[in-house]
Design a protein around this ligand. Sequence first.
Ligand code: ACO
Length: 380
Amino acid sequence: MVDSQTDVLKGLENVPIKYTSLSSIDGQQGKLYYVGYAIEDLVEHSSYEEVCFLLLNRRLPTRDELQRYEGSFRRERELPNDVFGFLKKFPRDAPLISVLRAGVDLLALYDEEVEKTDPARNHSIAIRIISRMATLLAASYRLKQGLDPVPPAPDLQHAANFLYMATGRRPTPLESRIMDVAFILHAEHELPASTTAALVVASTLSDLYSAVSAGIGALKGPLHGGANERALEMLFAIGDPDKAEQYINAELAAKRRIMGFGHRVYKSFDPRALIFKNYLKKLADVKSDWTLLRTAEKVEELMVAKMKDKSIFPNIDLYSGPVFHLLGLNREIFTPIFAVARAVGWIAHVLEYWEDNRLIRPRAVYNGPPPRQYVPLDQR
Ligand code: ACO
C-alpha cells in the first residue's frame, strides 16, 4: 500500500512520463517546436503531409520522399464499403466526435494489419489511420445533415481534400491554405490529456487504433478539445464587441470559465492562437465578415487585462472556431477536426514510446476505511 502521507500529484501536473524528440513547448515565451522546427516556420513553408512525415520519422523528407508520402495519403483515402454501411446506421443526433471514435473502432475491424505491430507496418497503419479518419469524418458530417458523402478529390492535398469532402465545394486557394495551416497547428502538442490517454492504452502493447480511439475520447471534453466549439458559442452569444465587457464580467462574477483562455503549459500567448488570428483576419477580409474577429479580439483584450496576474491568455481554441466557421463548417465538426489532425501526434508519441515501452501503471493513495468485517445483506 502507498503510504497515506504520500502527496498525490493531482492532474499529473508537471510530471514527466517520457522523453520525446517530437515537440517542445516554452510555456513562458509562448513558443512551440516540432522536432526542433518553430511552428511559425512550418506554417509558412511546410504542408500537413510534410509535418506528418516529420513527426513520424523525426526528420524532414527529401522532395522524392514527400511526393511518395503524399501518394500514400491519397491511396489510403477510400473507406471500406462496409464501413459506409455502418456509418449510415449511426443515430443522426449522436455527437460527431463520438461518431468519429466509433468509426475509428470500425476501421480497425477492417484493417488486416491491425494486430501486427512490427515497426515497418506501424508506419503504413499510421498513414492509413490518418488518411481514412479525414474521409470518415467528412462522410459522417454529411450523413448527419442528410447529405451524401463526397468522394475524395485526387488532385487535392490532405487538408484541402478534407474541406472539399466536408462541404462538397472546392475550396479556394486561400481556404485550402488555411485548412492546411489548421491541420499543421493541431498536429502535435507534447502530452495533453488526449496524448497521455493514447499512451496509457499503448503502454499495454495494445494496437494503434485503440490508442487513437482513447485519444478521441479524452479530446472530447470541454477542458481540452471541446473548448473550440464552446468558444464559438460564446462569441455568438456575445454578438458584437460592444457587449463583450458585460458578458465577460457576468461570467467571471459567476465563477465560470471563459472558453478559449488559459492553458496548463502556456503562461503567455499560445503561439497557435496568434497564427490562427492572422489567418482569421485574411479570411474575414475576403468574406467581408468581421464580427467574430472583432468580438474575439475584444474578449482577448478584456481577458488579458483582467487575468494576466493569473497568466491566463488566449489559447488555440479562441480563434480556431471562427476560422472554421468562416470556412463554412458547422460547430459540431470543430473538435472532430482537432482529432483528425492530432491523430499523427498521438501515433508519433505511441511509436516513440514503444521504442522503450514501460507499462503505465500509477498508484493511488488509499484513504478509505481500514480492513473490516463483511456484513451479509440480511443483516444490514
Ligand atoms: N476563464 C476564467 N478563469 C480561468 C480560466 C478561464 N478560461 N482558466 C483558468 N482560470 C483560472 C481558474 O479559475 C483558477 O483561478 P483560481 O486560482 O482563482 O482558482 C486559475 O485560473 C488557474 O486555473 P487552473 O484550473 O488551475 O488551471 P489549469 O492549468 O488546471 O487549467 C485549463 C487549464 C483547463 C485549460 C483552463 O485554463 C480552462 O478551463 N480553460 C477553459 C477551457 C479551454 O479553453 N480549454 C482549452 C485548452 S487548450 C487545448 O486543450 C487545446
